[in-house]
Write a protein that binds this ligand. Structure first.
Ligand SMILES: Cc1cc2nc3c(=O)[nH]c(=O)nc-3n(C[C@H](O)[C@H](O)[C@H](O)COP(=O)(O)OP(=O)(O)OC[C@H]3O[C@@H](n4cnc5c(N)ncnc54)[C@H](O)[C@@H]3O)c2cc1C
Length: 266
């Protein structure tokens, strides 16, 4: 029985509470916000590390983004991941989900002999939830979406995932290799392990891949490969909140409140 080779797609995102909207341009100002691992990807990473605890094998982090993502991604090494692959090139910039998934899928193909790719449910900034499905499509692999628990059977070469449905749960089985998206908050991500400090800092544990190394087609990456266009931007109208203070004795207030509720539901 061979040990599984697991890849976890990790996006580095700005901390949501530190992102500001430029009042003039109305664009997001990400530059001054600190970066972190997309919180749902911590659940995907924890699921991968739990599988490694059980079955051995390797857990590798795959991310597309600029070089300054490196220290953030190294947190994953401190948690127990074995390697990081950062896909980084100016040609990858400005990508929509089509170009992002094309580039990530190329990274997975270049790694070769990957058994399973785990993703978070969605990112906290883009939040399309399209990347796992796009990856499965480019790779032509089966996929399991929104799983809360996952098992890998390397003898039968299958993955079995559990996911919640109305009134219960279902268990789905697909052949390996496959793509899996992990339900947010389905587990408690572990802390960094102080004993892995040297591993987390090791230069040999991180590889940066540019467009030439990935052998990507420039027409499919970055802005050039992104058919999505932001055609307009507008603020959502905020609804005025009504406030009314009820006065009188407790009995009078209760009666008045019942009237208010009755009128509002009629
Ligand atoms: C026209 C256009 C231009 C854009 N330009 C830029 C830009 O210049 N810079 C920019 O940062 N974004 C840009 N974006 C946003 C970009 O499309 C998304 O960051 C990216 O495609 C991922 O989509 P998402 O965030 O919705 O991921 P989701 O589909 O919500 O994420 C699901 C999961 O996929 C994985 N994943 C997603 N993105 C990555 C990644 N990069 N690396 C590894 N794993 C990942 C994670 O596991 C994540 O939990 C642009 C979008 C559009 C439409």
């Amino acid at each position: 029985m061979t040990e599984p080779r697991i890849v976890v797609c990790v996006k580095v995102v700005p901390k949501p509470e530190e992102v500001r909207v430029d009042p003039q341009t109305r664009l997001l100002e990400r530059a001054n916000a600190r970066a972190e691992i997309n919180p749902p990807d911590m659940n995907a990473l924890e699921m991968a590390l739990t599988l490694k605890d059980r079955l051995s094998g390797t857990v590798e982090i795959l991310s597309m983004g600029p070089p300054y993502f490196e220290p953030v991604l190294r947190v994953g090494l401190g948690m127990g991941a074995d390697h990081i692959h950062l896909l980084s090139d100016r040609a990858f910039g400005g990508a929509d989900t089509l170009a992002t998934t094309y580039t990530l899928a190329h990274g997975i193909e270049r790694l070769r002999s990957v058994d399973i790719v785990l993703c978070g449910e969605e990112s906290s900034d883009g939040a399309t939830g399209q990347v796992p499905q796009g990856l499965a499509e480019w790779l032509n692999w089966p996929q399991l979406t929104l799983v809360t628990e996952l098992e890998i059977d390397m003898e039968r070469h299958v993955a079995r995932g559990q996911r919640s449905i109305k009134g219960g749960y279902e268990i789905l089985e697909v052949p390996l290799p496959c793509v899996v998206s992990v339900k947010t908050a389905s587990n408690e991500p572990r802390f960094m392990d102080f004993r892995l400090k040297a591993q987390a800092a090791s230069p040999g544990r991180m590889k940066v891949w540019d467009a030439a190394a990935l052998k990507t087609d420039v027409n499919h990456t970055g802005l050039a490969g992104s058919p999505t266009r932001v055609s307009g931007l507008a603020s959502a109208a905020s609804r005025e909140r009504k406030r009314e203070r009820l006065t009188g004795t407790s009995e009078e207030i209760i009666k008045a409140l019942i009237e208010v509720i009755r009128n509002s539901v009629m």
